[in-house]
Design a protein around this ligand. Structure first.
Ligand code: ADP
Ligand code: MG
Length: 152
């Protein structure tokens, strides 16, 4: 599934739609260069999943937790984290939290940890200043279900 957005607001709206269908143990990996819109999309995802507060880049904290009712939304940023360090930041605990939704920017360093049934979103700059191309894919029944739900 490929979606183009033409403003940060549109990217947040997409995130909100997707966030609204997420539940515990769901994992969203956000790939894409600096400025491609991963954090902006996460703002929408967190809002859609029920979080009302401010979402900023966790680059220096590596992980932030947003509470939404019984849900915990783990916003993780593995930019410049090496594979050896991923064990230290509590990635496994986040991924195995039954009420946890994990959203991971720069997910490459955590590759061995993610469930195979996860959503992968690839963001990139498209033609035109504010245009972004977002490719959504996933393998497995849960990912397919999520993608089907946000189609209509
Ligand atoms: N269509 C768009 N979607 C998302 N962000 C956009 C878009 N157009 C412009 N922007 C801007 O691009 C920047 C994206 O930054 P950010 O979401 O922090 O990216 P990343 O987390 O991938 O580094 C923000 O300043 C945002 O306002
Ligand atoms: Mg970011």
């Amino acid at each position: 599934m490929i979606i183009e957005t033409y403003s940060p607001v549109q990217t947040r709206v997409l995130g909100r739609r997707l966030g609204g269908v997420l539940r515990g143990l769901d994992v969203i990996c956000l790939y894409g260069n600096l400025g491609s819109g991963k954090t902006t999309l996460t703002q929408g995802l967190a809002r859609g999943a029920g979080f009302r507060g401010r979402v900023v880049s966790p680059t220096f904290n590596l992980m932030r937790v947003y509470k939404a009712g019984k849900r915990r939304i783990f916003h993780i940023d593995l930019y410049r984290v090496s594979v050896d360090e991923t064990g230290d930041i509590g990635l496994e605990d986040a991924l195995s939290d039954p009420e946890g939704i994990c959203i991971i920017e720069w997910p490459e360093a955590g590759d061995g940890f993610y469930p195979s049934d996860r959503l992968e979103l690839r963001l990139s700059h498209a033609e035109g200043g504010q245009a972004r191309r977002i490719v959504l894919s996933g393998h497995g029944p849960r990912s397919r279900d999520i993608l089907r739900r946000i189609k209509d």
